[in-house]
Design a protein around this ligand. Structure first.
Ligand code: AHG
Ligand code: MN
Ligand code: MN
Length: 337
């Protein structure tokens, strides 16, 4: 196999030239994320050697224990975006409130807001299992020149202009979309350069992997229980196989390559599910749809949900189109009974 030769930098320039009137701001955002990803990757790679494993001793707005790497990745991504003065606002899973970014001349002249989960699957860092970063970019709604407001962040996912993730895995990849398909770039760590390794990524229409935390089974809604039984039934190409890493980025990435469904449903323990609409579900849904897959809350398309608060949670069904549609049928049917 020929080694990929197009770099992420070349790809960004090429894409920008296709948009005649683009100001290059979006390209600069992707460039900054590329830089921050390399910095975080360097630290993740050294986990176990440097003091980055374990809890930071703080609890975030979601009531979850922050890991040292959560805090580190959060700071790296935010600082990189602030230093480069390319966004007018940033919201992060790890921060209570959004950050207003002003230029060095105190202006608010940038047009994009960025929302992110700086370290996804952080409980996996202690055990050497892949973790990730998720990001989402919107055009602000309030006028350029003024400070951002909450309204700029509470937009339905359909408004996203870009979204992507970084997976710090056996190799490190940056996968993103600007609404024209999904492309994946693999980091060559020897020279610190991302190369286009997975052009035009696509979900298969059908798959045979289901990914869900089955330990919560007894707390699941009836529709999800019924769907799982369906997956396990011996018929046609079933039983399916189960794969669950517990790091959304890794689970979706694998399913995009192999075909599968990821489910984090509501449960009696977490009535709205666990995953966050703005930092996790919307960007993953945008990428999934751009790759020909489907994402819903069991009934409604994720990208059409109207957010009401920064850290809100929603149930998440995401992956190969036919599998998600089948799960939705079970949800609807269980409700009608
Ligand atoms: P985060 O580390 O950003 O809080 O996200 C963890 C999420 C997600 O990555 C994963 O799919 C899910 O939590 C796993 O939850 P369970 O441990 O409840 O299965
Ligand atoms: Mn997460
Ligand atoms: Mn996180």
């Amino acid at each position: 196999m020929m080694e990929p030769s197009k770099t992420l930098g070349e790809f960004i320039i090429e894409k920008q030239e296709e948009f005649k009137y683009s100001t290059g701001e979006l390209s600069r955002i992707i460039n900054s994320i590329r830089l921050a990803a390399k910095v975080v990757n360097y630290k993740v790679n050294k986990a176990g050697l440097v003091d980055i494993v374990g809890a930071a001793g703080e609890v975030n707005i979601q009531g979850e224990d922050q890991q040292k790497l959560d805090v580190y990745a959060n700071e790296v991504f935010i600082q990189t975006l602030i230093n480069r003065e390319i966004a007018c606002g940033i919201a992060s899973e790890e921060n209570d409130d959004f950050i207003t970014v002003s230029g060095s001349d105190n202006s608010h002249n940038n047009k994009y807001v960025i929302l992110m989960d700086p370290l996804d699957g952080s409980s996996n860092i202690d055990v050497n299992v892949p973790v990730g970063t998720i990001f989402s970019v919107y055009r602000r709604l309030t006028p350029i020149g003024s400070p951002v407001t909450l309204e700029d962040f509470l937009q339905p996912g359909i408004n996203q202009v870009a979204a992507g993730y970084v997976i710090y895995g056996t190799s490190t990849m940056l996968v993103y979309t600007t609404g024209h398909g999904v492309n994946g770039f693999t980091l060559n760590p020897a020279i610190g350069t991302f190369y286009l390794s997975h052009p035009n990524m696509k979900f298969r229409e059908d798959g045979n992997i289901y990914s869900i935390n089955e330990g919560n089974y007894i707390h699941f809604p009836q529709g999800v229980k019924d769907y799982l039984k369906y997956c396990q039934k011996e018929e046609g190409d079933r039983p399916y196989t189960s794969r669950y890493i517990g790091s959304l980025v890794s689970d979706i990435h694998r399913n995009m390559i192999k075909g599968g469904i990821y489910i984090y449903p509501t449960s009696t323990k977490s009535p709205n599910g666990k995953l966050r609409l703005l930092y996790e579900c919307n960007p993953m849904a945008f990428i999934t749809e751009q790759a020909g897959g489907k994402a819903s809350d069991g009934y409604t398309r994720i990208l059409e949900l109207e957010p009401t608060e920064l850290h809100e949670r929603v149930p998440f069904f995401c992956g190969s189109k036919n599998m998600v549609e089948k799960a939705e049928e079970f949800m609807l049917y269980a409700n009608e009974e």
